[in-house]
Design a protein. Structure first.
Length: 191
């Protein structure tokens, strides 16, 4: 039962910090409704179990305790969390994954995120960082964004907006220049 209270404590802290960030940009309603789906049992329970539980590995336990239920193993908890995370992304348009269209041919299309959700996404990043670390440091979420730059799939228009809002243009340009230098140096070495 304690894992559920620990997770509830985290969610409330996270929502509070996101609410503060949303208020700063005039999106009070988005701040109030932010991540309400995390209180649904199909998200709340798997999240709490994943982040705060200590579960045995299925392979290590099955030979000793054949009666032990699979649903309380590390593997089952991971599967339940993955499904809950997918549901969360599809229920909440402030996640960039919500705006990535998986096409039938296997390709992907990046759709422009609505501006109200861009603001909430940035508030979410800031609020999550503050809830986890206890610090409200703009340099930390800029660094996190740059570190995950190529993993975060945004349409061209939204990428420009986010880069501007986070004031990372210079960092992105330097990163691209460094990559070009690295590639040209590698090409020269291979000749």
């Amino acid at each position: 039962m304690i894992i559920y209270f620990k997770y509830l404590n985290y969610v409330i802290r996270h929502k509070w910090f996101v609410f503060i960030e949303c208020c700063k940009v005039g999106k009070i309603w988005r701040g109030i409704w932010h991540d309400m789906s995390k209180f649904r049992p199909d998200e709340f329970i798997p999240y709490a179990r994943y982040f705060y539980g200590d579960w045995p590995d299925y392979n290590s336990i099955k030979k000793h305790l054949s009666w032990y239920p699979y649903k309380y193993t590390k593997e089952a908890i991971q599967e339940a969390f993955d499904l809950a995370w997918l549901k969360h992304q599809h229920r909440n348009p402030h996640h960039w994954q919500y705006w990535v269209l998986r096409e039938d041919d296997g390709g992907t299309k990046l759709i422009d995120m609505k501006s109200e959700y861009v603001d909430e996404m940035l508030a979410d990043w800031k609020g999550a960082g503050r809830a986890i670390t206890g610090k409200n440091d703009p340099a930390e979420y800029r660094t996190w964004y740059l570190k995950n730059y190529n993993k975060i799939k945004l349409s061209e228009n939204i990428r420009i907006v986010v880069d501007n809002l986070l004031d990372v243009w210079e960092d992105v340009l330097w990163k691209e220049i460094e990559e070009e230098i690295r590639l040209s140096t590698k090409a020269k070495e291979n000749q």
